[in-house]
Design a protein around this ligand. Structure first.
Ligand code: AKB
Length: 324
């Protein structure tokens, strides 16, 4: 990758990805795009362009004008919002991906397109979910991710488009809040731990899901995109994870720093049903073997960094708990 077009640059992943990519490849090399503009570092720290990814001509023109050799396509709706707006989710997730693939094919770029643990459905093994297994998702988000994986594979086989991807687990981060996901509770728990010392989880006790800290997620995208193609047997939709946790495991990790932290439950049936259809713990051995995936943050290291960073960032007036 030398000159990168990033879509969804103001979202949860994009806002940290834009900053990291500029650090690695140079400010001018990264064109951040989104459907809106704000005052964040992602929007202000280098070239930025408004882009609606469902507009194929605008997508092509943005990549052409930037002389992009790689597209990192993050613009999409997450699971809970997609369940609430299934038609729009299909249009945005599939229409945006198709435009990314067509632009990539026309300009001869490389493409990163994220999939998700949502691509698996209730029929996949829940423990040690293999790289290659049933993909029968029960949600519109999962269906768009599973179909997206197949579409990337099709463009690779038919047009030799170098489309690579990861099945992301829930991502924990402190820069931009996640929006409309099922795993967002993990981020909220850290924020409320600092703000009020208590949190009410909409996901129930004993619901295990894979998670990863954002610096590991970004490093894994860069490693996969820079990996020697001859090592990649699949190239697209690698399982990646750093931990399998339930709400109580995160709470226990937080209590090492905030002993009085309280966790309560008030289950949201929609998001609980989505989580119940996803794996407990996926197997990331193909990623480890083929391009040396190695996450640096386990649960306690993630917790320590999240709490310390949020404590530093939040104004004193919003801090209700004392960190050990
Ligand atoms: C979501 O919860 O929708 C996402 C995901 C696991 O893809 N974080």
């Amino acid at each position: 990758m030398k000159r990168i077009l990033l879509t969804g640059a103001l979202g949860q992943i994009g806002s940290e990805m834009a900053v990291k990519l500029r650090e690695l490849y140079g400010d001018d090399a990264v064109l951040a795009t989104d459907i809106r503009k704000d005052h964040s570092e992602a929007a202000q720290g280098g070239p930025f362009r408004l882009l609606d990814v469902t507009d194929g001509r605008a997508f092509h023109e943005a990549a052409r004008a930037h002389r992009a050799d790689a597209i990192i396509h993050l613009a999409a709706l997450l699971s809970a919002t997609a369940e609430a707006k299934p038609m729009f989710a299909w249009q945005l997730n599939m229409g945006g991906l198709l435009n990314a693939l067509e632009t990539t094919r026309e300009l001869g770029c490389q493409l990163f397109a994220p999939s998700s643990i949502a691509a698996f459905g209730p029929d996949a093994p829940r423990q040690g979910t293999p790289q290659d297994t049933w993909l029968r998702p029960a949600t519109m988000y999962g269906i768009s991710k599973a179909a997206g994986e197949q579409l990337c594979e099709y463009y690779y086989r038919k047009y030799d488009v170098d489309a690579r991807g990861l099945r992301f687990p829930g991502l924990v981060s402190h820069t931009a809040p996640p929006g409309g996901g099922t795993t967002d509770y993990a981020v909220e728990m850290y924020v409320y731990a600092i703000k009020s010392g208590r949190y009410t989880s909409y996901i129930g006790k004993g619901t295990y899901l894979d998670m990863m800290y954002m610096p590991d997620a970004i490093a894994s995208v860069v490693s996969l995109m820079e990996a020697d193609a001859s090592r990649l047997k699949r190239r697209n939709a690698y399982n990646v994870t750093a931990m399998s946790v339930d709400p109580e495991a995160i709470a226990a990790s937080i209590r090492r720093r905030l002993p009085d932290f309280e966790l309560r439950f008030d289950i949201d049936p929609l998001r609980q049903e989505i989580a119940d259809g996803w794996p407990d713990a996926i197997d990331a051995s193909a990623a480890c073997k083929e391009w040396d995936f190695r996450p640096a943050y386990d649960l306690d290291r993630t917790t320590d960094d999240m709490l310390a960073t949020l404590h530093r960032k939040l104004p004193d007036s919003e801090k209700g708990a004392i960190l050990l």
